[in-house]
Design a protein. Sequence first.
Length: 251
Amino acid sequence: MAKRSARRAMRRMQESTHLPDTDNVRRLFDEPPWSPSEDQNRTQKYRKNIRAQNESQKQFLEAIEKSSLAFAVGSAGTGKTYLAVAKAVEALEAGDVRRIILSRPAVEAGESLGFLPGDMEEKLSPYLRPLYDALVDRLSSKRLKVLMAEGVIEIAPIAYMRGRTLNNAFIVLDEAQNCTYGQLKMLLTRLGWNSCMVVTGDPGQTDLLPGMSGLQDVVDKLDALDNVEIVQFSRQDVVRHPLVADVIDVL
């Protein structure tokens, strides 16, 4: 009786003080596991037509149209990832490709998260969040979930790409500065017929040990090829908060 009375008193106290319901707080590891493609609570602003905000973005969009292999290299906050994903969705919607393949190195930014629960897709979700954000902005979260279930949009870890031939696909490799020379060489040679590959990264923000990142070496060597487009972004091309450009200069 005493326990029951105490519970009733606690309930009345919560109602009178309007304490928040703890059920509304998302735990670190949900059951079932949380997925970015199922997040319905994000504010979305859909832009049907992607427009270049500066000359470098214009060159990047033209490079994707012109070449089957395009690199966007340079400062953070310049829209490299968003433009790449937007063009991938555009190609899929137009029927130019049959699928979108997203890849990003699973490298922590200076800290270890330990072992993550779930299957391969759930383990990679935190690392691929920037790509999910761009996809949700171009597609509804419900449609994104359907396309991922059907395999039209695929998450392909770099470690599992060896031996594949990616035909009729739009491939986006993000955060390429966290790939070694060998990983980039392996991934670039996966390109198949009627496919387009876009590689983005900032050599100045690698999370690998000094000398391990292979992005700049790959860019320098492929620059000699006429059918490979390389676009360099600088702090003048930053489209985030204006302070980001100043931070880049100072740091």
